[in-house]
Design a protein around this ligand. Structure first.
Ligand SMILES: Cc1cc2nc3c(=O)[nH]c(=O)nc-3n(C[C@H](O)[C@H](O)[C@H](O)COP(=O)(O)O)c2cc1C
Length: 334
């Protein structure tokens, strides 16, 4: 490797504790989406690190079968961060310790950003924790000292626009020993609407020394580069723009390397990846559940493809693998 290539590789990678992440593009945790088959596709197409969807601390402790199944992962997905949510110090420590010893994940991430009522209101977890920096600090400190894997935290800008406190919270998280922090630059009140406020990520980056992963509205190479340049963050996390679009990771990597935009995947690639995704889901969850999940993924893969609206509708009603593939073939071979 020449010195220049080495410099570029180092510049385009980042670290979480002792863990080297080979590039700056990370797959977001997305409940119901970021499972093993989806993470494999993201890694194959260039994600440097993938986050698994959140699991509940209580679900782990009570050995809820559904929760335990969510921990399934393969070596191919690593490096992988497993996210947990909860709001009670003791159960969070117990859950993190369980993951530390029973999962091959590389990082344990704590969710402090989820806005959905079941998590943020009923369980007082997720984004609700943003209202209680003292509790945040004690949970992170207790978890860090109980596990051997690096611990990271994913936060929002704040609870609402009147209580934006990401900088204060980030400082407390760093003081508690976390190895990195992800900032989704929206408040809980914003949900997923409005625009992410990059100034918040920038301010957090200026106030902590641990790596900061910026999140919110990364759609392509230029928006990823803009987030990195404007905020100084160490990596970007991609959520919704990866739905039906695992190619986004290589596109961003390429753009960050030399400013070139890769061509969009061909119809053959899209068809092939959709079937690969379906087959991996069937292997993991059986045909019935896999088809139900592909009813969402299918239309996402077809976004932006001309004349695909009828196929999109049809895919939301398919019942079997055979039907699913036949509909794809009718369209792509036409
Ligand atoms: C379907 C869906 C499920 C999500 N589930 C989680 C989750 O389990 N944990 C979490 O921290 N964030 C979750 N998020 C939030 C994303 O990780 C990310 O912060 C958010 O989508 C903003 O990034 P984006 O603008 O790139 O989509 C979810 C988002 C979506 C759309």
């Amino acid at each position: 490797m020449t010195y220049d290539t080495m410099k570029r590789v180092i510049f385009l990678s980042f670290k979480i504790g002792p863990l080297n992440i080979e590039n700056k593009v990370v797959l977001a945790p997305m409940a119901g989406v970021s499972n093993s088959p989806f993470r494999i596709l993201a890694r194959r197409h260039g994600a440097g690190l993938v986050f698994a969807e959140m699991v509940s601390d209580k679900g782990l402790i009570y050995q809820n079968a559904k929760t335990i199944k969510l921990l399934f992962m393969t070596t191919e997905e690593r490096p992988l961060a497993q996210q947990i949510f909860g709001s009670n110090l003791d159960t969070m420590v117990e859950a993190a310790t369980y993951i530390d010893t029973h999962s091959n994940c590389d990082v344990i991430d704590i969710n402090m950003g989820c806005p959905v009522p079941k998590v943020a209101l009923r369980a007082q977890a997720g984004a609700s924790l943003m209202k209680n920096p003292d509790l945040i600090e004690s949970i992170v400190k207790a978890v860090v000292s109980s596990v051997s894997k690096p611990v990271t935290v994913k936060i929002r800008s704040g609870w609402d626009e009147k209580t934006i406190n990401a900088v204060e919270v980030a400082k407390r998280i760093e003081a508690a020993g976390a190895s990195a922090i992800t900032v989704h630059a929206r408040t809980r009140a914003q949900g997923y609407g409005g625009k992410a406020n990059l100034d918040i990520i920038r301010e957090v980056k200026q106030h902590v020394t641990i790596p900061v992963i910026g999140n919110g509205d990364v759609l392509d190479g230029p928006s990823a580069k803009h987030m990195l340049d404007y905020t100084g963050c160490d990596a970007v996390m991609v959520g919704r723009a990866a739905l039906g679009n695992p190619w986004i990771f290589q596109e961003i990597n390429q753009y960050l390397k030399d400013g070139t935009m890769l061509e969009r995947p061909s119809h053959t690639d899209i068809r092939h990846t959709m079937i690969e995704h379906l087959e991996a889901l069937i292997k993991l969850k059986g045909e019935h559940i896999a088809i139900l999940e592909m009813r969402s993924h299918g239309p996402w893969y077809l976004k932006g493809i001309e004349h695909a609206s009828k196929l999109r509708r049809t895919l939301t009603q398919t019942k079997t693998k055979e039907d699913f593939i036949r509909h794809l073939d009718d369209f792509f071979r036409a």
